[in-house]
Design a protein around this ligand. Structure first.
Ligand SMILES: Nc1nc2c(ncn2[C@@H]2O[C@H](COP(=O)(O)OP(=O)(O)O)[C@@H](O)[C@H]2O)c(=O)[nH]1
Ligand SMILES: [Mg+2]
Length: 441
């Protein structure tokens, strides 16, 4: 963190906290955390800022930053975001004239998403590439032109001069000039942002790799020191892993309060509500089948990696740091999925049918040992029991109610009986041995 930022932050928290009456019935500690939270959020900007569209003609987005920060990945993500959330079509423009491979990288991303990619002539200056691309887009009524530029060091005068020329050539379009900054960079990101801002007049910052351990403290410093708003956060390697920036949510994440709002939003997108409700009804009656479990696993997969989901649940961020690597748990999930794939529909609906000979068949079919199948069935039995307990907790106002009650997020429970987290107040310690072998929940 930037020292000045910390100092002014502490001062304003102090000012607000001192003399504040302790609200009756509220734990003073919690009340204090609320003051800190609100102050963090207000430093990062009071609301999320979207892209500014150019009212006269196509909108141009220039993506800049150091090497390896996630510019090309973000360019791809933004084009998908625009299509899905804003109903706008984008043209992706590779303008990294130093690394021909960068053009292929963007072309491949574009092709996979069915988004237009401009066939840039890399022998030209990036500003000419931009001009060509804009002409191309205008002919085709494309709404947004996303120019992915080469990574450059903010201290490299020649390259900074080049990007300045590109920026100036776009002035008529009042472009969005977005700098992508790896959230892990920390304090250094502020200096980088400052230099880029002086050269190309940034209009926004994208914090990338927010699925990492970094809590995003860089956002605080960047906003405070440069005044540039954070516009997006990038939360994974997949094209769908892009979110608008919400200061209050990031404040919660920094304080490890989880990010329930983002989780609910993601859940709403990824989860088939009808299916979830049907499942919930069966659960209430104590019916939980392998098939239900399979569907939940698949919905869960749509949400993202386990780590990225856990970070959003209050109190789980710290636990995640304790546990460290989640990939064994994810591998375990994959393995279970393969085993389930080798079961018949009947078996999935009633696992009690699975006697030794069926187990052998499933073992062979899924390329596992007989013992693996037995383990799976044991785990499933335990989970079935736990689901009963979960239901009780949900009715009693645990995580289930928080997430919107019936039909909200049964899948989280299915991940191994996460016992209805009580509103983020008490932290559950990560058990080392749990029903799912890995015991992560
Ligand atoms: N985990 C994670 N990886 C990312 C994210 N954004 C980019 N990456 C990875 O970071 C590396 C560099 O990304 P790239 O877009 O090529 O960076 P560029 O050099 O700035 O264009 C690639 O391996 C990406 O898959 C992100 O939000 N999360
Ligand atoms: Mg790149």
């Amino acid at each position: 963190m930037n020292f000045k930022v910390v100092k002014s932050f502490i001062n304003s928290v102090k000012e607000k906290a001192l003399g504040e009456k302790v609200i009756k019935g509220v734990n003073p500690g919690e009340q204090f955390v609320k003051i800190v939270h609100d102050e963090l959020a207000s430093i990062m900007g009071s609301e999320n800022s979207k892209l500014d569209y150019n009212p006269n003609g196509p909108t141009v987005v220039l993506v800049v930053g150091l090497n390896g920060q996630g510019k090309t990945t973000f360019s791809g993500k933004l084009s998908l975001f625009l299509r899905q959330k804003e109903k706008k079509e984008a043209l992706l423009v590779p303008a990294d004239t130093f690394r021909p491979a960068a053009k292929d990288q963007l072309k491949t991303l574009a092709k996979n998403m069915g988004i237009d990619c401009f066939d840039s002539d890399l022998s030209k200056h990036p500003k000419e590439i931009a001009t060509d691309a804009i002409a191309f887009a205008k002919e085709r009524n494309i709404d947004v032109i996303i120019i992915d530029t080469a990574g450059r060091l903010h201290v490299d005068e020649e390259l900074m001069g080049q990007i300045k020329e590109v920026r100036e050539s776009l002035n008529n379009y009042s472009p969005e000039v977005l700098m992508v900054a790896d959230a892990m960079t920390g304090q250094e990101a502020v200096n980088v942002a400052k230099s880029f801002h002086e050269t190309v007049n940034l209009t926004g910052v994208v914090l990338s790799k927010m699925d990492s351990d970094a809590r995003g403290g860089a956002a605080l410093s960047i906003k405070q020191v440069t005044g540039i708003p954070i516009k997006f956060i990038s939360t994974g390697e997949k094209m769908k892993d892009l979110e608008l920036f919400h200061p209050d949510r990031l404040a919660g994440r920094i304080l490890d309060m989880g990010d329930v709002l983002s989780l609910v939003e993601k859940a709403e997108e990824a989860i088939d509500q009808d299916e979830a409700e049907k499942m919930m009804k069966r659960l209430e009656k104590g019916q939980f089948t392998v098939e239900d479990f399979m569907k939940q696993m698949d919905m869960m997969k749509n949400l993202g990696s386990m780590g990225s989901i856990m970070k959003m649940i209050p109190g789980m961020g710290g636990m995640l740091r304790e546990v460290g690597d989640l990939s064994p748990a994810e591998d375990e999930m994959k393995k279970m999925r393969v085993i389930i794939d080798s079961m018949t529909k009947q078996e999935r609906q009633n696992y009690k049918l699975i006697k030794e000979s069926r187990m052998e068949r499933i073992a062979i079919g899924s390329g596992n040992k007989l013992k693996d199948i037995k383990d799976f069935l044991n785990k499933f039995r335990q989970m079935e029991k736990m689901m009963g307990g979960m239901m009780q907790m949900m009715k009693g106002g645990g995580l289930g109610n928080m997430m919107g009650g019936g039909g909200g997020m049964p899948d989280l429970g299915a991940m191994g009986g996460m016992p209805g987290l009580p509103g983020g107040k008490k932290k559950k310690k990560g058990k080392k041995k749990g029903p799912w072998g890995g015991g992560y929940f």
